[in-house]
Ligand binder design. Structure first.
Ligand code: THU
Length: 142
């Protein structure tokens, strides 16, 4: 089951709405160590939205990013095809998805829209293909 209302894709209003969902998800972060709250809103191909937040651990290396939490929620709900993700954080600047999250997204989409925003600053509108060019992916494994 998805977390929020369905999303179409791409208009400024829809991006704005999706980032609001991501900001709401960030509030749920478990981040006692970094104090950074990150939220993700992942849009499946059928329009359903799956959210995630960062989940830190006292054993720091086990920390789960918001994007991967959203992917796990989506896949374990039966959605495996995505068209966009919004990522919001409590940082002033847009907190771009880390390399691990880019690769995990690439598992399920050769390309998708990525919208990133900090607490108050500018918005970055980009794509997975731009952030992870010439990627290794499922087709490389036989
Ligand atoms: N973080 C994310 O949630 N997503 C990213 O793509 C980058 C980093 C989180 C993990 C950790 O809880 C905090 O930000 C600081 O690294």
């Amino acid at each position: 089951m998805a977390d929020a209302k369905r999303s179409g894709g791409g208009s400024d209003d829809e991006i704005h709405d999706l980032l609001r969902v991501a900001h709401a998800a960030a509030v749920l972060a478990h981040s006692p160590y970094s104090k950074i709250q990150v939220g993700a809103a992942l849009v499946a191909s059928n329009g359903e939205i799956y959210t995630g937040c960062n989940v830190e651990n006292a054993s720091f290396g086990l920390t789960l990013c918001a994007e991967r939490a959203a992917v796990a929620k989506a896949v374990s709900s039966g959605a495996t095809s995505f068209r966009a993700i919004a990522i919001a954080s409590t940082e002033r600047h847009p907190l771009m998805p880390c390399g691990a999250c880019r690769q995990v997204l690439r598992e399920f989409a050769t390309d998708m829209r990525i919208h990133v925003q900090g607490k108050e600053g500018p918005r970055v509108d980009t794509t997975l293909a731009e952030l992870l060019p010439r990627a290794f992916g499922p087709a490389d494994v036989h």
